[in-house]
Write a protein of this length. Structure first.
Length: 246
């Protein structure tokens, strides 16, 4: 990793809220927060990879106590600088292993962040970590894309997702290992700069098995935060697993 903040250090944190601006649209944030606030009820929420507070801040504004875990001090510094940021408790650490005090009625991991854990073991550990923090009857929510392997013709391993006069961006896939990376070639002052961030893509059924290993059971799976049905053509999903009340 580049530094102690992993791949989300100062350079990424400085532009994160604007570079991923579509995820900051009010309707997207509201739909997400509506679901999480309903799941939290009268309890509290744990956000794994709290980042700059895109979801934690409006959720806390709805009266839900939120505790966040994140390994990037640079991202958390952006959260702290925002109105209400001091009211979010944050623990610096790895979302797969870091424990905090308390029991939560909902834990959540949004915007593809489960893929930032680049081994299956780490992803399994993340589910176990989330389950350990949940009160009986609590829910764990993951929002993540469906791997886009259908876009790969035979012999091709790359899928472009952004082409502009100053930037080319593409994902690469290794089906044998489920490793992938997002790559950005940006033209700055006439010179090309390349950045690459590794991920591990994961299938819905695989996530269900990870949940079972952690003692959770599937409660619901939707295409998005509106609750639209998940289908063969869905490109992402919001999945909710429940910790048995007994």
């Amino acid at each position: 990793m580049p530094d102690e903040d992993g791949y989300f250090g100062e350079k990424i944190a400085a532009t994160y809220d604007t570079s991923e601006s579509e995820m900051f649209h009010l309707d997207v944030v509201k739909a997400t927060v509506d679901v999480l606030a309903d799941l939290a009820g009268d309890g509290s929420a744990l956000e794994l990879a709290v980042g700059t507070g895109r979801i934690a801040l409006p959720l806390a504004a709805r009266g839900v106590p939120v505790h966040g875990i994140d390994m990037s001090r640079a991202m958390v510094a952006r959260l702290r600088a925002k109105p209400g940021g001091d009211g979010i408790a944050v623990t610096i650490g790895d979302i797969a292993t870091t424990r905090v005090d308390g029991r939560f009625t909902v834990a959540y991991l949004v915007f593809n962040t489960i893929n930032n854990l680049t081994t299956q073991d780490a992803q399994v550990d993340c589910f176990r970590n989330a389950a350990a923090h949940l009160a009986p009857g609590g829910r764990f929510v993951v929002e993540v894309g469906v791997p886009e392997l259908r876009k790969l013709p035979p012999g091709q391993t790359a899928v472009p997702f952004r082409i502009t006069p100053t930037q080319w961006a593409f994902d690469t896939y290794e089906p044998a290992t489920q490793a992938m990376s997002s790559n950005y070639v940006t033209i700055v002052d006439g010179r090309a700069e390349h950045e690459s961030i590794p991920f591990r893509y994961v299938w819905p059924a695989e996530l269900d098995l990870m949940a079972r290993l952690a003692g959770l059971r599937l409660h619901a799976r939707w295409e998005d935060w509106s609750g639209a049905p998940f289908t063969n053509e869905s490109t992402r999903h919001v999945s909710i697993w429940e910790k048995p009340a007994d």
